[in-house]
Ligand binder design. Sequence first.
Ligand SMILES: [Zn+2]
Length: 343
Amino acid sequence: MNDRTHSLIDKLPKAELHLHIEGTLEPEMMLALAKRNNVSLPYDSVEEIRAAYEFDGLQDFLDLYYAGMSVLIEARDFHDLTWAYLEKVAEQGVTHVEIFFDPQGHTDRGVAFETVLGGIVSALEQGQTELGITSRLIMCFLRHLPEEQAFDALHSACRHKDHIHAVGLDSGEAGNPPANFARVYEAARREGFIAVAHAGEEGPAEYVSDALDILKVSRVDHGNHALDDPALVARLVREKTPLTMCPLSNLRLKGIASMAEQPVKRAMDAGLLVTVNSDDPSYFGGYINDNYEAVTDALGLSTDEVVTLAKNSFAASFLPDAEKQAGIDAVERHAETFIRNAD
Ligand SMILES: [Zn+2]
């Protein structure tokens, strides 16, 4: 363990770009909200819920993820969930977040789109005023459901363009290729939404190419398997397309056998604009700094590489250029002060 680099990571300014707000539901809050809303869960204790977190893969995780969502009913539940996340990452140096939400996971069980959005947005606004954290919201389509249902979500999002910046694609990747969502992405882009998509998490490099060519994404979420295809890597470097990697998620979902296999360093060495994020931190055993520390320890990242990752997080964000640069400058200032004080 590298204590010095860990203390650099601790308060290093950073942006988180790959975070599912529903994936921040901690067992304690799951139980508290179940009680508040009279929802019965198949678990009686925090320990039982944590025991269920031993996943065999993405689908196994998703089953628990969707069960957890059942306790989220009122706008204040979504507010409390989002606020708890913001308070936590404010302690970890995070100054900007671009978070996903899954409206179909809620509207399908009778919770109104506006209830979900209202709760999340009120917490994000509070995060800006009280914690100084800026934010963007990305609405994800669930790729295991038909494209027609994604269109319903898009129609709702079109009423709230002031609060929703981009669209994304998540849930089980295997067998659900980007091409299945070509029409809804085309419609979303026409409506002015930026496009991102999960690709190359468990799916092949081809899914990453398809996300670029067919969905016309500006950023690839995960993208691990892009590294299997040298021509694709060269293209991502040339086009400066960011990848939002999630190390602890890869480990917990068994995409990698050990953290030593996590490709973030290989991606950096190849010249890719790669970032480190927590994905679903409650379920995968750590928030953003835990992810930075895990790759630092397993891959032997230098302080310069850690600083690069933090700078990348702003460079890869959807902030306007001046705010991106302000974030990058803040990282540099923090790193310089840290190194000066350590000498
Ligand atoms: Zn994700």
